[in-house]
Design a protein around this ligand. Structure first.
Ligand SMILES: NC(=O)C1=CN([C@@H]2O[C@H](COP(=O)(O)OP(=O)(O)OC[C@H]3O[C@@H](n4cnc5c(N)ncnc54)[C@H](OP(=O)(O)O)[C@@H]3O)[C@@H](O)[C@H]2O)C=CC1
Ligand SMILES: O=C(O)[C@H](O)COP(=O)(O)O
Length: 511
């Protein structure tokens, strides 16, 4: 398959499968509403940038209007009514068909990810394929878990006879507003959409500006499945700053699933009386004890800290090294860091441009602040536009912003500690609580400190990670509300309904 965009700078590749998304007259992508790819009545376009090509224009897409948001919610509600009456096994089959289309047509999605968010080629392909696997797993998981409920008899309660039989089962919420972030615009979209759909809901999706077209192509894989009601997956495009609040506060949203940064703190406050699932930022700490396997720890730190140029909420964002082994550990990390390739995503460089000039400026500010306050650069600071060479900053202290703020870039700070209490400080005094990891050969020590770490997850002898996607994934404090992961997302996107049979007289089962 070709590069994925043979039809000109922005036109989609992948033959006729993706061609309806693109308007050659405007040179922009359409939005998806009620099963149709349309241009917005606003006549306005949003353009995102290619981070690897000097932030030059990448793709154009619709700046949708509030009327179009209203229509999207109304259409989703109508589609949900149909979808909710389709048998679970048929819903599952349709989702599996969408997953298969995503596998067949993954190349243009990967190419869009390379262009929109500078995701290295292999990672971009992996995101598309991992997303298909997630959809498929959600379909199978939903078929099992959603078919079960509880039957409760009244006589277990003091003074009651067995004359009421209660059936408790899970029913859909209605319409789920799905808002994914730029760094996984496909995988963190389907991590919301697939559980929502198998649970019988419809979805209104607001893709990130950087990553928008990748998400639109993802939506086409659902749209093209025969039997999926038109409007079941609506995709409304536009800058979050312009239409985000309207979509969040909209009465048509019966649930909100958001992944992103501190924006989510405001979103959670604006949400109405609906279930919210928030996955926000992180400052994942990597604690390395004196007895740790330092090669294992160094490999995890480099992989965890620099994959996708550190633009992962689960990236290692601070190394907490015990003094006794700190020099040896830093030397190993430095050696591996210097071997990372830096360059273009299409060449599969390990370090590529961060998503925007503003992000690069923010990262640079954190490093400059640390150095000004006495930190030691183990690798030279080097930046070319959005491209920042992997940066290892040693001797970081609590007075530095880099100790507590999330760079969301290729920067790994190191603090040195003498005791477990000191180590825990760098975890539990953070406003974040997403993940953390611990390296030690002593399992009692590992479990002991893991139990005291105020995070959603602790990885023992491995780097922080959301995957595999069926694991529960959650943040505490400013890192989130609720739990993602396929099983927990399906659960969260349903509500309990009970039906009680009142018998004329008590009835007891015979042995
Ligand atoms: N915990 C986790 O699983 C993850 C956390 N993150 C965190 O997200 C940040 C980077 O991702 P990024 O996409 O920049 O995060 P943002 O919070 O800036 O954006 C996340 C999503 O929210 C949208 N948005 C923006 N403003 C509003 C609004 N007022 N109402 C509703 N939606 C809105 C954005 O759209 P638009 O792009 O148009 O602004 C985007 O789709 C980092 O802090 C990172 O740690 C990222 C990924 C996963
Ligand atoms: O938001 C993120 O950055 C992702 O949740 C991280 O997912 P990963 O750990 O599988 O890269």
């Amino acid at each position: 398959m070709g590069s994925g965009h043979e039809g000109g700078a922005g036109a989609p590749g992948g033959g006729e499968f993706y061609s309806p998304l693109y308007n050659p007259d405007t040179g922009a992508y359409r939005f998806l509403i009620d099963g149709e790819w349309r241009d917005s009545a606003s006549g306005q376009l949003v353009h995102n940038a290619n981070p690897s090509k000097g932030n030059e224009r990448c793709f154009g897409f619709q700046a949708c209007t509030r009327d179009e948001v209203d229509a999207a919610y109304a259409g989703a509600k109508a589609a949900q009514r149909q979808w909710g009456r389709i048998p679970l096994n048929k819903r599952a089959s349709m989702l599996k068909a969408a997953a298969e289309l995503m596998r067949q047509h993954h190349a243009p999605i990967a190419d869009a990810l390379i262009r929109e968010i500078a995701k290295p080629k292999k990672d971009a392909t992996t995101e598309a394929k991992r997303s298909a696997d997630l959809i498929e797993y959600a379909a199978e998981e939903g078929c099992r878990s959603l078919a079960k409920g509880d039957m409760i008899t009244s006589d277990s309660f003091p003074g009651a006879e067995r004359d009421k039989l209660c059936m408790a089962h899970k029913v859909p919420l209605g319409v789920v507003l799905c808002i994914p972030p730029f760094n996984y615009p496909v995988n963190l979209a389907v991590s919301k959409i697939a559980p929502a759909l198998i649970a019988g809901n419809a979805c209104v999706v607001k893709p990130p500006t950087q990553g928008c077209v990748s998400a639109l192509m993802m939506a086409q894989c659902f749209k093209k499945v025969p039997g999926i009601p038109a409007g079941l997956v609506q995709v409304v495009t536009g800058r979050g700053a312009d239409i985000g609040d309207y979509m969040v506060e909209h009465p048509g949203a019966n649930c909100i699933s958001f992944t992103g940064g501190d924006t989510g703190l405001a979103v959670s406050r604006k949400a109405r009386m609906v279930p919210v699932q928030m996955e926000l930022g992180g400052k994942d700490a990597c604690i390395v004890f004196p007895d740790a396997d330092l090669d294992l720890a160094a490999t995890a730190i480099v992989k965890g800290g620099f994959s996708y140029s550190g633009q992962r909420c689960t990236a290692v964002k601070i190394v907490v090294a015990f003094e006794e082994i700190a020099d040896a550990l830093v030397a190993k990390v430095e050696e591996k860091t210097r071997k990372l390739t830096v360059g273009q995503p299409e060449d599969d460089a390990q370090i590529t441009a961060v998503v925007s000039a503003a992000s690069a400026d923010f990262i640079q500010g954190l490093v400059e602040d640390a150095v000004a306050k006495g930190a030691t650069m183990r690798t030279e600071w080097r930046r070319d536009a959005n491209l920042i060479w992997p940066c290892l900053v040693d001797d970081v202290t609590a007075e530095m912003r880099l100790c507590w703020e999330e760079p969301f870039g290729p920067v790994v700070p190191v603090v040195r500690v003498g005791t477990e209490e000191e180590a825990l400080r760098y975890v539990n005094e953070s406003k974040y609580g997403l993940q953390g990891c611990v390296f030690t050969r002593d399992i009692d020590r590992a479990i002991g400190i893991a139990d005291r770490m105020e995070t959603g997850t602790v990885q023992i002898n491995g780097p922080p990670a959301r995957g595999p996607d069926h694991f529960p994934f959650q943040g505490v404090k400013d890192s989130g509300i609720g739990s993602q992961g396929i099983v927990n997302s399906i659960e969260m996107m349903t509500k309990v309904k009970t039906t009680v049979i009142n018998l004329a007289k008590p009835s007891y089962a015979t042995a």
